[in-house]
Design a protein around this ligand. Structure first.
Ligand SMILES: Nc1ncnc2c1ncn2[C@@H]1O[C@H](COP(=O)(O)OP(=O)(O)O)[C@@H](O)[C@H]1O
Ligand SMILES: CC(=O)N[C@@H](CCC(=O)OP(=O)(O)O)C(=O)O
Length: 292
């Protein structure tokens, strides 16, 4: 029930203006395919999950086609700890043996994926969870033998995602892939999976939600606009390190595949996706080719 009071409260005037100012963005993104990578560190508590889900449902409601690809590194760590399995990362990717890949698949597809699907449904959206193994969505090869069962996507079959979003359903993808022989299971970094999916869909936007405000320079300041050449230089000189390496490498890959722009932004910020897509301000770091 709406509250109707004779005196107009200024907050509502601001809300109405914000909606009105969103019109050009709503028009620009109508029908747009937006791949959103939701990192484990960005998931935070139940409130953060609900806020994320609400943004995604709103995007769908206004005519966009969001595709969610998630991570879950901290949740995998917790389960590996409980099972007494040691784990380490090399250049931002988890060294994955046979036991570890089983835990990774269980946590990502069984726990994290279903939590996100539920959160979207709780906000009134329709969501279906799947992994890269479903309908051969993502077929991978060994990325680097030193990392074990870590996959590099080599073949993407994204028709299932088009079928889902065309039917009004939000796909939620866990970054687990099948091998070329259809026997092996590969652990794929969530950012890498999101980039491969965005590239294969030629998405209009790839949003990588993480736990920092964006890509930072050597003095710790967030750079709001970056070109691929700058990213290469920052990886080479070590300014971009750890988990930011697969993230920025993913951005470069997605741009090469025809994604128009990639944004790395703070998923803990309330309404991070809406801020980026529907306001003049934007959020985080946008990576794209320089404009003339
Ligand atoms: N230049 C940089 N700018 C921002 N973050 C960086 C940079 N270099 C390294 N990082 C690290 O990368 C992390 C993000 O990667 P990661 O922890 O894998 O995120 P997620 O779990 O969201 O995928 C940041 O928390 C930060 O510690
Ligand atoms: C190969 C590799 O590193 N896979 C990741 C998959 C999950 C992930 O990417 O989670 P975040 O997005 O939360 O970091 C892992 O095992 O942690």
């Amino acid at each position: 029930m709406k509250k109707r009071t004779p005196d107009m409260n200024r907050d509502w005037i601001v809300t109405a203006r914000t909606l009105s100012e969103a019109l050009p963005y709503l028009q620009r993104y109508s029908g747009a395919v937006v791949v959103v990578k939701f990192g484990g560190n960005a998931m935070g508590d139940a409130d953060a999950m609900a806020a994320f889900a609400r943004d995604i449902v709103l995007m769908k409601q206004v005519g966009m086609n969001p595709v969610v690809v998630h991570g879950g590194g901290p949740m995998i760590n917790e389960m590996l700890d409980k099972l007494g399995i040691k784990s380490e990362f090399v250049r931002g990717k988890r060294v994955t043996d046979q036991r570890t890949v089983e835990v990774v698949e269980m946590v990502l597809t069984g726990l994290v994926n279903k939590r996100i699907v539920q959160a979207i449904m709780d906000e009134g959206g329709r969501a279906v969870g799947l992994s890269g193994k479903d309908d051969d969505l993502m077929v991978a090869e060994v990325d680097d033998p030193e990392l074990g069962f870590v996959g590099r996507p080599v073949e993407m079959n994204v028709q299932v995602l088009r079928d889902l979003y065309s039917a009004g359903i939000i796909p939620v993808v866990a970054p687990v892939a099948t091998g070329m022989d259809m026997l092996e299971t590969f652990n794929v970094n969530g950012d890498t999976a999101a980039g491969a999916i965005a590239g294969a869909l030629k998405a209009d936007r790839l949003l990588l939600l993480t736990d920092v405000a964006g890509v930072k320079d050597a003095s710790g300041e967030v750079i709001t606009q970056i070109t691929p050449d700058q990213v290469h230089a920052m990886i080479a000189d070590g300014t971009i390190a750890g988990g930011m390496i697969p993230k920025t490498e993913t951005a470069l890959y997605a741009l090469e595949k025809g994604v128009r722009a990639v944004v790395i932004l703070d998923g803990r910020l309330p309404n991070a996706c809406l801020l980026e897509l529907f306001t003049e301000h934007g959020a985080g770091s946008i990576i794209r080719e320089p404009r003339d």
